[in-house]
Design a protein. Structure first.
Length: 133
């Protein structure tokens, strides 16, 4: 895996914007990292890179936000069981041709496709982040 270090959220967004160009329709990307690491900031950058105009906001309460069928942005932090995730139909979007970005994917691990990409964001300090991709 390659690594980059960013020192501002704007830099993380810019990096994610470039990273988005390496993605293909249907890619499922697991965004790992502790709370406040920058997973949602990264997602905003990916959306920009995909040319999505709509502002990306944290889908904590909705579990998944659909941006034109081109980007599905998940936040599974509050998912309580795999059964709940199944009932919500969260797995239905994995093969619809859009790019899936998934925060807290460990909560839906049994539902994930086998060939996911992974991005890990690690907090080094208040403003520094190490991004492995
Ligand atoms: N280099 C950096 N890259 C990204 N975010 C940074 C950086 N430096 C500081 N931040 C701040 O860290 C926070 C990251 O918040 P963000 O909502 O993206 O985290 P998250 O990983 O999605 O957390 P959660 O698991 O709660 O959803 C923001 O307040 C952002 O401004
Ligand atoms: Mg988030």
């Amino acid at each position: 895996m390659a690594k980059v270090i960013t020192t501002t959220s704007a830099e993380t967004e810019t990096f994610a914007c470039a990273y988005a160009k390496t993605l293909r329709p249907g890619d499922v990307v697991l965004l790992d990292g502790e709370m406040g690491a920058g997973k949602t900031v990264f997602s905003k950058g990916v959306a920009k890179g995909l040319g999505i105009q709509e502002e990306v906001t944290s889908p904590t309460y909705a579990y998944m936000n659909d941006y034109d069928g081109r980007l599905f942005h998940y936040d599974c932090y509050r998912i309580e069981s795999v059964e709940q995730a199944e009932q919500l139909g969260l797995a239905d979007y994995f093969d619809m041709g859009g790019i899936c970005l998934i925060e807290w994917s460990q909560n839906i691990a049994p539902l994930l496709p086998t060939d996911c990409k992974r991005v890990r964001i690690r907090k080094i300090s208040e403003t520094e982040r190490e991004i492995e991709y």
